[in-house]
Design a protein around this ligand. Structure first.
Ligand code: SAM
Ligand code: SF4
Length: 321
């Protein structure tokens, strides 16, 4: 469906839980956040009804996320069921990778089209520190298991000044060695993220160009999002830059978001959302389609992350990252 700015909205991110087995410091406080009772969280049946209605509006691609989606039992089955809905072309997953190795077989069988793994450090001690107790080897095991199964796998990394910025070359090597896309994402002022602690992608690109003089812009299509890619001659792996703060990609935004509590967010930046619960309770697919169309119609022209007062106060894991 086209929104009022002529953008084709064909992608929905679905948060299936607000819970997580990690506590990344820009996303969540160490002692966690108040959990929503399970009775408030959409059931898988309800999520599937929303996906069917969304597919009816021309949404073809779905990303399952959270919180950590793999902590919710039956995540792979849900992905498979979304994949089978008429009109759905693609179902992908975003995960911290901690539980991935154990679920990769089920995800593969479910027909998952791609997996994004969030990984901010390749050093065990730092990984533990940034995630408040996560195990690097588990995420790397998940990454290798996904690659070994032939699943399109990407790594998302947030570089923070004075903390993990020295790992930029190691992450670039990860892309080239494993033949995968590694994307650097600028920290947004969402949740506990403070953009001033992050590295601008302009600085990241400068460093990459120094490290790899043969780096060139990569115009191949890599996915559904706003990443700009770079590659080196003869390498399959590429480096993507997602510059949420320092470049405006809102003009080509193609997405809406469903929170685990059944709200549709037209834009990540703002608190504005539309609850699907009345339409779900009423039971008609038409009601759901109308509510989704209303959310698409409300999509603003762009974000205003530079004005923190306008930004949704909820944590990324409550919104669905
Ligand atoms: N738990 C899963 C994971 O970590 O991939 C899925 C949810 S997580 C909220 C999705 C992504 O949001 C992660 O890649 C994380 O790095 C990113 N994220 C969280 N807070 C952010 C912030 N303030 N700015 C930019 N990205 C953020
Ligand atoms: Fe959990 Fe993902 Fe947030 Fe880290 S970024 S705390 S893994 S939801």
């Amino acid at each position: 469906m086209l929104d009022k700015y002529g953008r084709n909205i064909d992608y929905m991110r679905i948060s299936i839980t607000d819970r997580c087995n990690l506590r990344c410091r820009y996303c969540m406080p160490e002692d966690g956040i108040e959990k929503v009772s399970m009775s408030q969280i959409l059931t898988y049946e309800e999520i599937l009804r929303v996906c069917r209605a969304a597919a009816g509006l021309g949404i073809r691609k779905f990303k399952v996320t959270g919180g950590e989606p793999l902590v919710r039992k039956g995540c792979a089955r849900l992905c498979g069921e979304i994949r089978q809905i008429d009109g759905v072309d693609q179902v992908t997953l975003t995960t911290n990778g901690q539980l991935l190795a154990g679920q990769i077989g089920a995800l593969r069988e479910a027909g998952i089209d791609g997996i994004n793994i969030s990984l901010d450090s390749l050093r065990e001690d730092r990984f533990r520190q940034i995630t408040c107790g996560g195990r690097l080897e588990d995420t790397l095991e998940g990454l290798d298991a996904a690659i070994a199964r032939g699943i399109r796998t990407k790594v998302n990394c947030l570089l923070q000044r004075g903390f993990n910025e020295d790992e930029l070359p190691a992450f670039a090597d990860l892309a080239f060695d494993r033949g995968i896309d590694v994307r650097f994402i600028e920290i947004m002022p969402i949740g506990f993220g403070r953009p001033e602690t992050g590295l601008s992608n302009e600085a990241v690109l400068k460093r990459l160009e120094q490290l790899y003089p043969d780096l060139v812009r990569d115009d191949r299509v890599h996915g559904n999002g706003p990443a700009v890619y770079y590659r080196r001659a003869g390498q399959t792996g590429a480096i993507g830059l997602i510059s949420a703060m320092h470049s405006s990609f809102c003009g080509s935004c193609n997405r809406i978001r469903l929170t685990s509590q059944g709200e549709v967010k037209p834009c990540l930046c703002y608190e504005d959302s539309i609850s699907l619960k009345p339409a779900l309770a009423e039971g008609s697919e038409e009601g759901l389609r109308q509510a989704l169309a209303e959310a698409i119609d409300k999509k603003p022209a762009g974000h205003t992350f530079e004005d923190r007062g306008t930004v949704d106060r909820r944590a990324m894991m409550q919104i669905g990252g």
